[in-house]
Design a protein around this ligand. Structure first.
Ligand code: SF4
Length: 445
């Protein structure tokens, strides 16, 4: 790994936003997943079923109407309906091969997640045909949650009715901002009018849980506009609000422009400003009756709003991933599919493996993955880790926990260790301290 690939996280200081991924979404870091471990996944698939151990399903739709300037995913904006059709058929064949394997056969998904890209890019007809095909392969009647990510400008009443009819319980709207100028400046395809329209129809149709995604610190964001975004969000009154702090990964148009102009600092707000914006948003959301349940989520009814996908996955559940570049986890093995759509479809059509890289995790890594991800909720219960992994957190991390307490980041109350709000907003940068030594200098994408 080259030196410039090392990304040191921003901490609590005056840091500018530089290029890199800071947000931790898995552990060990993706850069340690490799080709050598791919056969381990194949042998897990041939091993006996773990019975009723929880299983999830992630389905990746890699198409978008337009590429956002901050996007670092591999997305396709130029595929015609024949190419989309080829992709959908390939994913069904991929699903069938998992469903036929001894490890998965007879199991049913407890949670399903359609992510992207833009799942709502698919037409109502494509969606219904796709999900009918998926349900034939593996019924969804035991699914506790079906999440579907949407770009507001792709939604119509007909599309939302189709999404509701396939069994979606959690509709996630990628609103990001309410200013048309900021949406345009950041390369988003939708405008605020489409947000209001689609949100209204979604509420009318009675989705169980509607989430609004926002990003703090988009290009040209201002104090005044951000305050306005929060007020408009509160007026909509969604069940859940997710707020990300803008990062500028390597593979983005923003970084490409920075490189051309020889700039090291991204033309977006610095980290303290982004954290202040999120803190202000959380304060307003709390005043409006919301509860902050993680570093990036606020919910209206914490007792009824569930995050089955997140909670099951973070607790180590199996998850079959379908589609190009998608990430899965089976029998303790992380894996990712091939990242080019042609390569992916061709592999399926030839009956070859679609897996590009994998990582056979150790007990220690699985423990740490769970601990790291749970800290992102802002609280952990030491007894849980003692019972599940036999690890005493105060023995193992005494020094770090002491330091966090002394710095005013950690509070101990009863059976829980909790991060203060200020610490919760920069938790991703704190968690690197817990990484195993060999993972300390990792690049995340
Ligand atoms: S909609 Fe999402 S996946 Fe598509 S280009 Fe924009 S950020 Fe990327």
């Amino acid at each position: 790994m080259s030196k410039e690939a090392f990304i040191k996280p921003d901490n609590k200081t005056k840091d500018k936003t530089r290029v890199g991924n800071y947000f931790i979404s898995n552990y060990p870091p993706f850069s340690f997943w490799n080709e050598k471990d791919v056969p381990c996944l194949q042998s897990v698939m041939q091993s006996p079923s773990p019975g009723d151990a929880p299983l999830g399903l992630y389905y990746h739709v890699p198409f978008c109407r337009k590429r956002c300037h901050f996007c670092y995913f591999r997305v396709y904006t130029d595929k015609n309906s024949k190419e989309v059709g080829r992709y959908l058929s390939a994913t069904l064949r991929e699903f069938q091969s998992y469903a036929d394997s001894p490890y998965i056969a007879g199991r049913k998904p407890k949670f399903i997640y359609f992510g992207g890209g833009t799942p709502s890019y698919l037409s109502a007809k494509q969606l219904i045909e796709l999900t009918d095909g998926m349900k034939k392969i593996m019924p969804w009647d035991e699914a506790e949650e079906v999440t579907f990510e949407c770009e507001p400008g792709t939604l119509s009443r007909k599309k939302l009715e189709a999404i509701k009819s396939i069994g979606v319980t959690r509709l996630s709207l990628g609103v990001e901002n309410f200013s048309d100028h900021i949406l345009d400046t950041n390369g988003r395809a939708h405008r605020s009018k489409e947000v209001f329209l689609s949100y209204g129809i979604a509420k009318e149709l009675g989705f169980e849980n509607v989430n609004v995604d926002l990003i703090a610190g988009m290009l040209e964001e201002t104090d005044e506009n951000w305050t306005d975004c929060i007020e408009r969000t509160i007026d909509l009154s969604p069940d859940c609000v997710t707020i990300y702090q803008m990062e500028v990964p390597f593979n983005t148009t923003i970084f490409k422009n920075m490189k051309e102009q020889g700039k090291l600092t991204a033309p977006v707000a610095d980290w303290p400003t982004k954290r202040r914006w999120v803190a202000e948003a959380y304060q307003r959301l709390e005043e409006a009756g919301y509860t902050i349940t993680s570093t990036c989520t606020a919910v209206k009814n914490p007792d009824s709003t569930k995050f089955v996908y997140r909670d099951r996955l973070w607790a180590g559940a199996d998850m079959v991933s379908l589609g190009v570049a998608s990430f899965g986890h089976l029998g303790g093995i992380h894996y990712q599919n091939l990242t080019h759509i042609d390569q992916y479809c061709t592999a399926i059509e030839k009956g070859e493996s679609t897996v590009r890289r994998a990582l056979m995790t150790t007990d220690e890594e699985r423990f740490l993955r769970e601990l790291i991800l749970q800290w992102k909720l802002g609280r952990v219960r030491p007894n849980y880790f003692k019972e599940k992994f036999g690890v005493d957190l105060s023995d193992r991390y005494g020094e770090i926990l002491k330091q966090w307490k002394e710095e005013g980041d950690l509070v101990e109350s009863g059976e829980e260790l909790s991060l203060t709000r200020e610490a919760l907003l920069r938790v991703d940068s704190m968690l690197h301290q817990l990484f195993l030594p060999q993972h300390q200098d990792a690049r995340y994408v």
